[in-house]
Design a protein around this ligand. Structure first.
Ligand code: NDP
Ligand code: OXD
Length: 313
């Protein structure tokens, strides 16, 4: 039996799609009647504190999101139960759409031209060609690598930072703490696509913003965070945007979500706020993916996209 435990998502839609695809394999919501002993799989997003209580026969925990930080920090996460995360072409495409749109916006200085328009100011400044702009991507996993390839295709000078080196045509690969400063030092637009782990928490801070390249992007380097709010120090972002250490920022994720009305980011100049919508998990493709995971596993095949709990992603 599959139990759905999805907060802030259209749970009935997922149930309907999964029930259709799984046929006579039962799918239940927490509000349905079932015996905990019968639950073999739980599909979770933002699970409550009691999410796993009594689930002693789990074969796998399924994460409807690509990021698993919410699961891995759950106080009562069952030990030794594999976690399968969501990896999906549509999610990847949507994330790359978000990244490309925001990189292009900052490269073409839309903040500056918007200000000029409002001031009725006709000043011709020509943005440099894409190949003169270095985009640095933090995290070269499923999402970071796809975004990198698309940006390379648009002519940008792309570099990436990950734990292990990558060999990709046209991409400069940096790895580990030793190469972090070298990676930042020539970056004009910093894109964050890292998972949230103890190592990456708070990585988007003033000290690191100060290491980015200046003088290439008019107004200062730009930051794009589509990964997790726990990476960023929001007081540092405000400070950096106000003193020119950063020229602009696009933020899809926040330290606290929904972003509180009291946050200065809402009205911060040159800061583009979106409500964690860069790439959502579509119930259509999501249900197909997880139905396949369950069917295959029930036939004795190995699970796919299993999280390395020790590594944290
Ligand atoms: P992956 O697990 O495929 O990739 C993670 C990448 O980060 C890998 O390249 C990994 O390096 C690198 N990395 C991890 N830890 C470190 C570290 N300490 N130092 C350097 N590099 C590190 O994740 P995805 O690409 O699928 O997703 C990335 C994140 O995007 C998710 O965890 C989630 O938080 C976020 N996300 C946000 C969404 C939104 O709508 N805003 C939607 C979906 C995801 P290596 O390759 O060497 O292992
Ligand atoms: C995810 C997300 O991790 O939507 O998939 O943030």
């Amino acid at each position: 039996m599959l139990l759905l435990h999805l907060q802030d998502i259209d749970e009935p839609r997922w149930k309907q799609r999964l029930s259709t695809l799984l046929g006579d394999y039962p799918v239940v919501l927490r509000s349905d009647t079932y015996h905990c002993d019968d639950i073999r799989y739980i599909l979770a997003w933002k699970p409550y504190a009691d999410a796993f209580d009594g689930l002693n026969n789990l074969k796998a925990i399924l994460s409807s999101g690509a990021g698993v930080d919410g699961l891995l920090t759950h106080k009562n996460l069952p030990k030794n139960v594999p976690i399968v995360r969501f990896v999906d072409d549509e999610l990847t495409q949507c994330m790359s759409d978000y990244v490309v749109a925001n990189v292009t916006m900052h490269h073409r200085c839309h903040s500056r031209y918007r200000d000029d328009q409002l001031a009725k100011n006709w000043t011709q400044f020509y943005p440099p060609p894409a190949w003169d702009i270095r985009v640095g991507i933090l995290g070269l996993g499923v999402l970071g690598l796809d975004a990198a390839k698309r940006l390379i295709g648009l002519g940008f000078d792309v570099r990436g930072w990950s734990r292990s080196k990558k060999i990709v045509d046209g991409l400069s690969s940096f790895s580990g703490a030793d190469e972090f400063d070298a990676f930042l030092s020539d970056t004009d637009i910093l894109v964050d696509l890292l998972p949230l782990t103890p190592e990456t928490m708070g990585i988007l801070n003033y000290e690191n913003f100060s290491k980015l390249r200046t003088g290439r992007l008019k107004g200062g380097p730009a930051l794009i965070n589509a990964a997790r709010g726990g990476h960023q120090k929001e007081t540092d972002i405000v400070k950096a945007l106000n003193d020119g250490t950063l020229g602009a920022a696009s933020l899809d994720v926040f330290e606290v979500e929904p972003l509180p009305a009291s946050s200065p980011l809402w009205s911060q100049k040159n800061c583009y706020v979106t409500p964690h919508i860069a790439a959502i998990s579509n119930p259509q493709s999501g249900a197909s993916y997880f139905a396949r995971v369950i069917r295959d596993h029930e036939k004795g095949m190995p699970l796919i996209n299993v999280v390395d709990v020790k590594r944290g992603y």
